[in-house]
Design a protein around this ligand. Structure first.
Ligand code: ADP
Length: 324
């Protein structure tokens, strides 16, 4: 391997820049050339390539988003699109890839490697923390911290007015942000995509809290909760329970941005460094992840085939215990 390509794709996540920096600098340190591919698979189809130096990734470790931009690209999914992307990579002399993104990105990288034989390493970058092969994905810790900051502010006003707040957080299929934010933000209840929570059960819990002289409550609703989102939950609760004035806040895309936490910066650096070293050691089609406190490689076939229930049992139980 002489020249590697690095790109970000799918949803952006804080820590992607720190990871690009680690890939670029490790590669240059180890005697490789590095090409940044702008806008993911779209950039491969358009040969949107950037010969990167160690200086090009200066002063980005603390910045959210991705300097390489990201995109979703349907054309790449077709066999002709995949071939065109590969031909463009080859004609630019790129002979291995580091892909940073979610499961769609990893699927694309796996396809490219299987059909055309180019070695790929995938780094899990998504705030949802919903990938197999790593206990934590890039951006999850930062997003959770952002949510907690918002909950803290809402708590001030909730406590002043005897209010019940429903806060909707990101997570269409994954309740990881909701559960962690629920624990760290001291919320009364958490509604998760992985679990059905009956509205009656929620009302019962809120009533018992009111009977215990709680003057305000915060309920975290993951966007993928089966009840249909925070507005819907709030309306249904209001029909039967009116002890409190209730309000809804949808946090939305602010959860995607911001300066990465120290945890995400260190994770990004470790994963980027390990991805380049793995390519140099002849590895191919692996997800680079963190398990416990060790960096591990998981074959992409396995990482993309399995899903992993990541909600910790003790946290699930503690939501009820610690909110009495
Ligand atoms: P994420 O990586 O965050 O899951 P997407 O699912 O949008 O985001 O995937 C990013 C891009 O990866 C897509 O726009 C597409 O170009 C490519 N991709 C996704 N799934 C596949 C697939 N099954 N085969 C080939 N390419 C894919």
């Amino acid at each position: 391997i002489k020249k590697i390509g690095v790109f970000t794709s799918g949803g952006d996540a804080p820590g992607m820049n720190a990871c690009i920096r680690a890939v670029v600098r490790t590669a240059i340190h180890d005697g490789l050339e590095v090409v940044g591919i702008r806008q993911g698979y779209q950039g491969m189809l358009e040969s949107n390539f950037w010969d990167m130096s160690a200086r090009d990734v200066g002063n980005i470790i603390h910045i959210g988003g991705t300097i390489l931009k990201t995109a979703r690209c349907l054309e790449f999914k077709t066999p002709e699109g995949t071939k065109k992307a590969y031909d463009n990579l080859r004609s630019y002399g790129i002979d291995a890839l580091v892909a940073i993104g979610g499961d769609g990105t990893a699927n694309g990288a796996s396809r490219l490697s299987l059909t055309h034989g180019i070695p790929v390493m995938c780094i899990p970058g998504t705030i949802d923390n919903d990938l197999y092969g790593s206990d934590f994905t890039l951006g999850f810790d930062t997003a959770t911290n952002t949510v907690i900051e918002a909950i803290d502010k809402i708590r001030d006003t909730a406590a002043s007015h005897n209010r019940l707040f429903f806060i909707e957080v990101m997570g269409r299929d994954s309740g990881c942000i909701a559960l962690r934010a629920g624990i760290a933000g001291g919320s009364e209840a958490v509604l998760l995509p992985e679990r059905d929570t009956a509205i009656d059960e929620l009302i019962e819990k809120l009533s018992s809290h009111a009977n215990n002289h709680k003057s305000s409550s915060i309920v975290i609703v993951a966007e993928g909760d089966k009840n249909g989102g925070a507005y819907h939950v709030a309306e249904r609760v209001k029909e039967k329970f009116d002890f409190y004035d209730s309000k809804v806040t949808i946090l939305g895309h602010l959860q995607r941005g911001g300066s990465p936490s120290s945890f995400d910066r260190v994770l990004a650096s470790r994963l980027g460094f390990a991805a380049v070293r793995a390519l140099l050691n002849g590895k191919d089609r692996q997800m680079v992840g963190l398990r416990g406190n060790a960096i591990v490689l998981t074959p992409l076939e396995e990482a993309l085939h399995f899903s992993h229930f990541k909600l910790e049992d003790d946290l699930l139980e503690m939501i009820n215990v610690l909110s009495i």
